[in-house]
Design a binder for this molecule. Sequence first.
Ligand code: 13P
Length: 248
Amino acid sequence: MARTFFVGGNFKMNGLKESIKAIVEQLNAAELPSNVEVVIAPPALYLDWAQTHLKQATVEIAAQNSFDKNTGAYTGEVAVEQIKDVGAKWVILGHSERRTILNETDEFVASKTKFALDNGLGVILCIGELLEERDAGKTIEVVNRQIDAVVEKVKDWSNIVIAYEPVWAIGTGLAATPEDAQAVHAAIRKHLVEVIGAEQAENTRIIYGGSVNGKNAKSFNGAADIDGFLVGGASLKPEFVDIINARQ
Ligand code: 13P
């Protein structure tokens, strides 16, 4: 089964009503390929706003985080039920900015992943190594550990998209080379075969994130295990449409 190309736009903590509306309207006006799944992740406050203005059938909305409990006394958290209530279909979990700045552990990310999946959201599960881990030759060890924490809690991976985002490539302008990224993606898929089985491993999308832009996106074409992108900075700009079209 061919894996549908997947392009996510992670707005991070950026945008106000006007600029987010402008990005959505730009997507509405663009001619987007029907064979690419596109998901945009505005800040939680603007999920409803983005969904309200979105007119593109092939674009869906994601939250940037969710909690591992139902609605209740959890000040400042966002419930899966609330995310779904405003029409979003996805949530980004395990982003390195949350793992490193907010100290989220592998176990907490796994717990949130299980809860989101069990309650009907798709999960964009971010994994990736720090520069010092890469320099120490520990890239595969780190991403496997991050994956295994989720495997322990989740057996059905059909609604997970893995985003491999090497931390040293995020926001630095220094994207991984297509060869380096492909090598890690292939290693991730090989590990998935071992832990969730060949069929699920073959069907799971593994997308790349880290300084992807309108210029370099096409260079990843031909990398057999790169099934799309998770885009930060460039998803706020018109070049996001070029990234969506990179595989055409
Ligand atoms: P940049 O594309 O800005 O490097 O960010 C990548 C990212 O973190 C997406 O989640």
